[in-house]
Design a protein around this ligand. Structure first.
Ligand code: PEP
Ligand code: MN
Length: 337
């Protein structure tokens, strides 16, 4: 971290600051020029409140050299993280397909979709049991019984299940869940992240609707700092001024995040656009820019879906999408396992 000190500062003020920095356990390299003094802070600067430093009278500017995340940082872990879930590898060269309805609606619905997406080539089954809806009057999900139905679908098909958690108090209910999703709205629910960090379950961490890449990686850091390093990141579109789509898929985030972190990064083309006809082209684009997989909303009757029908594709459409992507995989140096 580099601090530029205002030329008008008094020696006593600078010494006070130096003492404060050293009390934080950091070393300081000082370079005194004719017009300004530059302080280089050496050591673990992740504990420093950068805004506090910026607010000091004698500080002209502060620049962070080191990213504030450590465990998620590729600098300290150059190899890709590869997770092993239910016999499938996620991350590295492996490409993962996760598919299923936005929400679990009935036993018949989830089991029939599970069978169809498995047949089409999906590795894991998604399905919301606890649904974060904008309106309290919309379908809120089958909750605990939704998870029971997912478990039945898992028994029936052998597919691992992915479902969203909304509160730390529910963790016990997620015992049978293979991958716990933290949805966009909870990306910065820090108590939830810390609680999940104390479990050993793989976590699918979606990017918040209006969060920067750094904030997203800091949320991963929250989970990792508690001991759970099994994280899959998911880009699902961010809020922009554009109204034709539900969100704007930040495609550039994928290669960029893969430079910054060793964690797998997948893409959700369904929430990214909100439009079923854009799911296939966005999936192809996401694969092209190096995503480690896709999570796609698939429904057997999108028109009558209780949630997110407009962005859901049918099992048949999913099957033809997988066929296309499988053809693309060798070009992007990926394999399916
Ligand atoms: C979902 O996966 O159904 C969901 C609500 O996603 P997001 O948190 O990305 O909106
Ligand atoms: Mn949805």
């Amino acid at each position: 971290m580099i601090l530029i000190i205002k030329s008008s500062s008094e020696k006593k003020q600078i010494n006070n600051l130096l003492n404060w920095i050293e009390r934080q356990g950091l070393k300081v390299h000082m370079s005194v020029g004719d017009n300004s003094t530059i302080l280089g802070l050496v050591g673990d600067t992740s504990i420093i409140d950068i805004d506090l430093l910026r607010s000091l009278d004698i500080v002209e500017s502060v620049k962070r050299i080191q990213e504030p995340y450590k465990k998620a940082n590729r600098k300290f872990h150059p190899e890709d993280t590869i997770l092993e879930i239910n016999g499938h590898k996620v991350g590295g060269k492996n490409f993962t397909y996760i598919a299923g309805p936005c929400s679990v609606e009935s036993e018949k619905q989830i089991i029939s979709i599970a069978k169809e997406v498995k047949e089409a080539g999906a590795h894991f089954l998604r399905g919301g049991a606890y649904k974060p809806r904008t309106s309290p009057y919309s379908f809120q999900g089958l909750r605990e019984s939704g998870i029971e139905l997912l478990s039945k679908a898992k028994k029936e098909t052998g597919m691992a299940i992915v479902t969203e958690i909304m509160g730390a108090n529910d963790i016990d209910i997620f015992e049978d869940v293979d991958i716990i999703q933290v949805g966009a709205r909870n990306m910065q629910n820090f108590e939830l992240l810390k609680a999940l960090g104390r479990t050993s379950k793989p976590i699918l961490l979606k990017r918040g609707l209006a969060n920067t890449i750094e904030e997203w990686l800091m949320s991963a850091e929250y989970i990792m700092s508690e001991g759970n390093e099994k994280i899959i990141l998911c880009e699902r579109g961010i809020r922009t001024f554009e109204m034709y789509t539900r969100n704007t898929l930040d495609l550039s985030a994928i290669p960029l995040v893969k430079e910054l972190t060793h964690l797998p990064v997948i893409v959700d083309p369904s929430h990214a656009s909100g439009l079923s006809r854009l799911v296939a082209p966005l999936s192809l684009a996401a694969t092209g820019v190096g995503a480690d997989g896709l999570i796609v909303e698939v429904h057997n009757d999108p028109t009558n879906a209780l949630c997110d029908g407009a962005q859901s594709i049918t099992p048949k459409q999913f099957s033809s999408l997988v066929e296309k992507i499988d053809i693309m995989l060798p070009i992007v140096n990926k394999i399916r396992n």
